[in-house]
Design a protein around this ligand. Sequence first.
Ligand SMILES: [Zn+2]
Length: 280
Amino acid sequence: MSVNPARQILAAATLLALLALSGCTAGPVFHARQITAAPPSPAVPTNTPSASPTATARPAHGSLDWYVSQVPTFPEAPPPQPVPMTATGAIPFWHRLPTDQKVAFITIDDGGLARPPAVPDFIREAHIPVTMFLNSPAAEEHDDYFRQIQAAGGVVENHTIRHTSLAGRSYDYQKREICGAADRLETLFGKRATLFRPPFGEYDSTTLTAARDCGAKAVLHWSETVHEGKVRYQTPRKVVQPGDVLLMHFRPALMDDLLAALKAIHRAGLTPALLEDYIR
Ligand SMILES: [Zn+2]
């Protein structure tokens, strides 16, 4: 997220100017921030209409600009302090990251079911840090789509080849599923996966060994799920905690899920951050 204080001041000034010009009472906060956050270039992105004479029009509900306009302004993210890792032995399995920093993490799984076309633009324009746990066949079939998200700052991680439950399966079976996907994803996206999420969150000690042997530094579960625009908490205290990992999927309502996750993180006084900045 773009949270440079100087930019925020600039954004506030820009907002006041916009308000004075337009009389518009809602919506332009994030757009104003987007303009000031853009690199110094005469070219204003064509899909950022707030810089054009029609800037005062409120974006149509459900449009990309509407989604961007709904994104809260977050507190500045702290400089990431990577969590402690053991140098040898078993890799950790985490529902949430052991950090007190005021951050939470957005993760998106699978990739084969649905890929809403506006999602890469949303992630880029709203600077949403995301980690994608992909099944390698879906990643291969739709690699252009996931590369767009990668280009917007998203990171591709490993979610096996066939999305079968690994718990109780042999080491060889699990290694084939995990290393096979890691190899394919590395070829497709130019980076070895360092995180692994087992399908359905089902795993055993063999999974941790196989994932480590395939290059993973940690195995991730989740603390909240998000589906059709609703956040489902795993604990009675319905608030996102520092270090929480939010799980959603490449499903038709992913735009709503991303927005719901961002709002929940904002309500908790946290800022979205990238898992890979904390697990090194
Ligand atoms: Zn999955």
